[in-house]
Design a binder for this molecule. Sequence first.
Ligand SMILES: [Ca+2]
Ligand SMILES: [Ca+2]
Ligand SMILES: [Ca+2]
Length: 184
Amino acid sequence: MKQVLQHRIDSTFAHYDVNRNGVIELADIYALANRLLQAFGEPASSERGRELIEAYDRFWEMLADHCDTDRDGRIGPEEYREAMIEAFVEGGPIAMDFLEVVQSLLVIMDTNGDGRVDSAEFGVLLKARGLAEADCATAFAHLDTDGDGAISVQEYVAAVRDYYTNPAEDTPGSWLYPKALQRI
Ligand SMILES: [Ca+2]
Ligand SMILES: [Ca+2]
Ligand SMILES: [Ca+2]
């Protein structure tokens, strides 16, 4: 069981290390932001584009705060692993800055501005992460645990914790990232 979850931590590390140089840096986080902007068809200079970049800036600050223990601006796999185990596996309260980052991401995902992130809106993020179009509806159904047709901050955060702590198949967390990524 431990092996599976360590493997998931390493998988998300690989996902965040976009330029594959073995460390997560601000450049990687901007690359992820750009990927999402492209998925939205949104220029970085638009209001939503700027909000997205700002959210990813905060995401980087949060990652650096929690993971970059030697403060060299680079997060190595061991720093990342230790921080993820501390944050999600060993329990304890979820950090406020993480909740804020998820909240701002969901606000940006809510493209029609009705205060809810529905299946089509959330699918943009999942597709940008590499989920097949055909899997997005299934993923959404697993992540929307209260079945109200929208992903809430609580549902998203619970899924992240589930991803790192629950090795069972077809749990909400197992649908956060492409299955193929989890098998690398
Ligand atoms: Ca990198
Ligand atoms: Ca919406
Ligand atoms: Ca829901």
